[in-house]
Design a protein around this ligand. Structure first.
Ligand code: HEM
Length: 130
């Protein structure tokens, strides 16, 4: 009776982060999670800003002053861009739940479209903020 000999196959190992190339679908997936977390944190910031602006007329002045700085505008633009990507990527996810864009090629194409639409919305968000 022969017995089974386990041979350890040498597996390709690559831990060099600079040479790892992520496919566009992986980047779309990671970006969707990151944008969801950014959106979640943003809700607290935006609700605080809203409550300050509604607290009194001096509160409104204070909120306007905060929003007037370049840095805060840049953060708001980032928040809107993350939200835009989360919604566009979310719609892509929902379409995939309905069995669209499930193949490698169409998945990569829809990721490209999602990034393109987000870029346009991001420019519009910039116009809105500035
Ligand atoms: C306040 C608003 C929102 C917050 C804070 C939020 C946050 C999140 C977070 C944290 C995740 C988990 C991501 C992960 O684990 O990979 C998620 C997933 C998801 N979000 Fe949102 N989201 C918001 C609004 C929206 C909107 C408006 C859409 C509309 C398209 C959407 C669509 C989705 C979908 C489809 C998923 C699941 C993606 C998957 O299957 O991996 N979200 N969201």
């Amino acid at each position: 009776m022969g017995h089974i000999v386990k041979v350890k196959k040498p597996r390709p190992v690559n831990l060099d982060l600079q040479t790892i190339r992520f496919p566009i679908t992986a980047i779309a997936s990671i970006a969707h999670r990151v944008s969801g977390v950014i959106t979640f944190i943003s809700v607290a910031i935006l609700l605080w800003l809203l409550s300050l602006s509604l607290s009194s007329s001096s509160g409104f002045e204070a909120a306007s002053e905060i929003v007037n700085s370049f840095f805060v505008k840049f953060v708001l633009w980032g928040i809107l861009t993350a939200l835009a990507y989360h919604i566009v990527g979310g719609i892509r996810h929902l379409l995939m739940d309905m069995k669209y864009f499930e193949e490698l090629e169409t998945g990569a194409q829809s990721a490209q479209v999602a990034f393109g639409v987000t870029a346009v919305l991001s420019v519009l968000a910039g116009v809105l903020v500035w």
